[in-house]
Write a protein that binds this ligand. Structure first.
Ligand code: SF4
Ligand code: SF4
Length: 451
């Protein structure tokens, strides 16, 4: 089938960027399995009051109270997004629970009654074309949508802020460049109408903007599935990128597709762009047309230690340990468990934490990560420099940090580091450059992160 009419008009070639790495994509284990539902968890449901960038929500229910599915249980204070119960049941506890980042986070714990009694929708179903911009934004705010690519920035304030800028492009980011992850790919294939509808909804807020759906070039079936819904829409095109990590990093994506650079501390909107994740677009579609809050998530379960790698639709609040026990028991004992992808995810010691709005993957691997004791001296090979997609000098940044020389670190633009992991990946001396560089400057002073 000739797909050329669907592609971005300025080029049929695959876009790319300088730097980056090409790890084995390892998606073959999960990408060909349709998404399976795991929607009736047996164990208690734990809802963190912090599932977004910003301030934790305030619990608005009490212990012993009956709650319904889609009932507000956490109300935002300041920057944040409301949290809803994804089940009906009784509030068992309001207490801090362990987050995969190691912190204790205030949580509402609900005993699932398995009835899934649901509150009536706050708004009637509607096509976005019948709604004003204010009504669309109110539905997005109400639904508690956040950036589901991992950053968790609340979508409502992101869009409101972008509406003050001359936005000329809305990019849907379907690159999913981390190895093993394939949930966005499955969503593009299986829920393509909602993916495109979410983009059309956001474009209706920015009348001067064009939409570009971006994905790596090795997904012709996703191009075809989405293409059916965009072929009559002159404002939306599909753009493919060479398969390279980190093509899906927001700033790298904007530079690859639009040739615009975003300095440290600036956001996509400062380059007249809005970038949204694929599942965020689906959540926007559900929120606006069906008035449903964000209460479910597609998770990739992968790695050589699980029996049934694949993608699973689960309720926010579901325990990861139960999810694995029920859908993909261990085939062998893992030596590494990673929450997120292997390049940017966190190693965790336990699976006793719940699915949140930003969860994307759980990875169970039999190989060990290199230990710090295996690190050797830098041989000045320059591979980290070549791999860095934002053109930094990782070995010099590392040295500046070892000497606690913050002036040199700033002079070398260390604040631009995105924590992508490419430098550590290529380093023959096994230096943990990313950990040292990115943890030091993860949030530049005075800047708000967003992607
Ligand atoms: S982790 Fe930072 S320094 Fe290393 S390659 Fe990525 S952006 Fe560059
Ligand atoms: S890749 Fe490792 S060994 Fe090579 S220059 Fe960078 S830090 Fe040094």
């Amino acid at each position: 089938m000739d797909l050329s009419h669907l592609f971005s008009s300025h080029s049929l070639r695959a876009f790319s960027f300088e730097g980056g790495v090409r790890p084995a994509d390892e998606k073959q284990f999960s990408k060909d399995h349709p998404i399976l539902d795991f929607m009736d968890p047996q164990q208690e449901m734990v809802f963190f009051m912090l599932q977004h960038q910003g301030e934790p929500c305030e619990p608005v229910v009490k212990e012993g109270e009956k709650v319904f599915r889609d009932q507000l249980i956490g109300s935002p204070k300041g920057l944040g997004a409301p949290v809803y119960s994804s089940v009906s049941g009784i509030v068992k506890a309001i207490e801090p629970r362990l987050h995969p980042n190691g912190q204790m986070i205030m949580s509402v714990v609900v005993d699932n009654d398995h009835m899934y009694e649901t509150l009536p929708a706050k708004f009637p179903p509607a096509s976005f074309m019948e709604l004003t911009k204010e009504e669309i934004l109110e539905r997005i705010r109400f639904a508690g949508i956040v950036g589901m690519g991992g950053d968790g920035y609340p979508t409502f304030p992101k869009l409101v802020s972008a509406m003050q800028k001359p936005i000329d492009h809305v990019l849907l980011n379907g690159c999913e460049c981390e190895p093993y992850l394939s949930s966005d790919y499955r969503v593009m294939l299986e829920d393509s109408w909602r993916v495109v509808n979410g983009l059309k909804i956001v474009l209706s807020l920015f009348p001067e903007a064009k939409g570009i759906i971006c994905m790596e070039h090795n997904k012709p079936d996703a191009v075809e599935a989405l293409g059916e819904h965009v072929q009559d829409d002159e404002k939306i095109r599909i753009c493919t990128l060479k398969s390279k990590y980190p093509s899906g990093d927001e700033k790298v994506l904007i530079e690859s597709v639009l040739r615009r650079q975003i300095p440290a501390g600036m956001k996509a909107e400062d380059a007249s762009c809005v970038v949204l994740n694929i599942d965020t677009s689906v959540a926007i579609s559900r929120a606006v047309t069906q008035a449903r809050p964000l209460e479910r998530r597609i998770i990739t379960i992968a790695g050589d230690c699980v029996r049934n790698p694949g993608n699973y639709r689960v309720r926010v609040g579901t325990s990861f340990s139960e999810l694995l026990e029920q859908v993909s028991p261990l085939a062998k004992r893992p030596r590494r468990v990673i929450y997120g992808g292997p390049m940017m995810g966190n190693a965790v010691n336990s699976l006793d934490f719940p699915v949140v709005k930003t969860s994307s993957c759980i990875l169970l691997l039999s190989s060990k990560s290199p230990s710090r004791s295996e690190e050797t001296a830098c041989i000045r090979c320059g591979q980290c420099l070549t791999a860095c997609p934002v053109h930094l000098e990782p070995f010099r940044l590392y040295e500046a940090l070892m000497k606690d020389d913050q002036t040199l670190f700033s002079k070398l633009n260390g604040d631009l580091c995105t924590g992508c992991g490419c430098c550590s990946y290529v380093c023959p001396a096994k230096r943990d450059l990313t950990e040292i560089i990115s943890k030091r400057n993860w949030q530049p002073e005075g800047a708000e992160e967003e992607s």
